[in-house]
Write a protein that binds this ligand. Structure first.
Ligand code: SAM
Length: 210
């Protein structure tokens, strides 16, 4: 079995952040969805598997003050910290596995995940991911999950991935969530290949029910 932590550490140790297939200078679709939420700037946001992505830089620049970036790879977090320089102290960094990490209860207003959930190809991993999401997201909280769409690739970074429709992702989240919006994207990898992504915005009901 692949040691996933070693796998991801090696990716970030051996490739420049701009060379990985999922690289985007800005997560434009996520930023567009977040801008429509019209959030107070004090909301708590967590980027799951944020890697070396610049979403945190962009949200800090938009005035958000309570950002957490979680990733399995310490190397990925270090790349983001170095890029942010002095601003990195304004971010909470968590090195951890999103299927096993301990996060504060009902704490986050927005859970953001681009290209992480689709790596969870086993039902028990997905169950643990959703259990952690539901424990740590506030009632009424927002979720953005971006995955490969139904016509997307079947592998990424040498690993198997699952592909989703918005309805398929909603079914994974369960009855207490509703789909607010979904967007499609033809992501161009740095190597020039097109990959079909979907970005979905879900809203949790006002109770803590799963
Ligand atoms: C395809 S990259 C996406 C990175 C970033 N979200 C972006 O859009 O640029 C997947 C990221 O998820 C992280 N990752 C994979 N499995 C994880 C897990 N179980 N828990 C936490 N992070 C994970 C990897 O280290 C990697 O940074």
């Amino acid at each position: 079995m692949v040691d996933l932590k070693s796998h991801w550490e090696k990716v970030y140790q051996t490739k420049r952040p701009t060379e990985v297939s999922w690289f985007q200078p800005h997560l434009a679709q996520s930023l567009e969805i977040i801008s429509r939420m019209d959030f107070d700037r004090n909301v708590e946001i967590i980027d799951i598997g944020g890697g070396a992505s610049a979403l945190v830089d962009d949200l800090l620049n938009h005035g958000y003050r309570h950002m957490t970036v979680l990733d399995m790879s310490q190397e990925a977090l270090n790349i983001s910290k170095r890029r942010l320089g002095g601003q990195s102290k304004n971010v909470t960094w968590i090195e951890g596995d999103i299927t096993a990490v301990d996060l504060p209860q009902h704490h986050y207003d927005l859970w953001h995940d681009r290209a992480v959930f689709h790596f969870l190809t086993r039902a028990d991993e997905r169950y643990r991911y959703m259990d952690i999401l539901k424990k740590t997201l506030k009632p009424g909280g927002h979720v953005i999950i971006a995955t490969f769409g139904p016509q997307g690739p079947t592998h990424c970074s040498g690993l198997d991935v699952a592909r989703y429709s918005p309805e398929g992702l909603l079914a994974e989240l369960g009855q207490n969530f509703k789909l607010a919006e979904s967007l499609e994207e033809d992501h161009k990898t740095p190597g020039g290949t097109a990959q079909k992504f979907i970005y979905c915005h879900f809203i949790r009901g006002s109770s803590n029910a799963k």
